[in-house]
Design a protein. Structure first.
Length: 163
């Protein structure tokens, strides 16, 4: 499938997920900024893909990253980040979202499994608001540990020291 066909709208994501679920496929969803792709991202995506048949990645738009990370981010614009992520064999579809949380897109797609990286507590709705949405429709949450030394922030700090 051409890379650009893997970058889909919310409505397409909803319809594709419903169709694939009806055919017995397990839909997995994860999300993030993926500003500078690194080994930590790949490990998260490998683990996410292992939980099901189809991996849909929710990608924060430039607008939402500015809200979350500040005015100096993202370093790479959303279409470039979407194309890089879509080029990965692990990722079946990429859908962009403007909000600071993936709650709205999750409520449309209703993935069987939502994969979160890090030390999140799925019962802490303040720090993981999408957990409430997932619990409402009966989905499952998998939290996978992050590679502590691998992060976009650490890469940016390392590059800054070179100047």
């Amino acid at each position: 499938m051409p890379i650009t066909n893997k970058i889909i709208s919310r409505e397409e994501a909803k319809n594709i997920a419903l169709s694939l679920k009806n055919s017995g496929k397990t839909i997995v969803f994860t999300n993030g900024c993926f500003d500078i792709l690194h080994a930590g991202h790949i490990e998260l995506l490998e683990k996410a893909k292992s939980f099901g048949d189809i991996l849909i990645l929710g990608l924060n738009t430039d607008k939402s990253i500015k809200i979350i990370k500040g005015e100096n981010r993202p370093l790479n614009i959303q279409i470039d980040r979407a194309r890089v992520i879509a080029a990965l064999e692990l990722v079946d579809y990429v859908v962009l979202f403007d909000e600071s949380t993936p709650c709205e897109i999750i409520s449309k797609i209703k993935p069987d499994i939502h994969v979160k990286g890090g030390d999140y507590d799925p019962t802490d709705f303040e720090n993981m608001p999408e957990a409430e949405v997932i619990n409402e429709y009966g989905g499952k949450i998998e939290v996978v540990p992050l590679l502590k030394t691998k992060s976009t922030t650490n890469i940016i700090k390392k590059i800054s020291k070179l100047q």
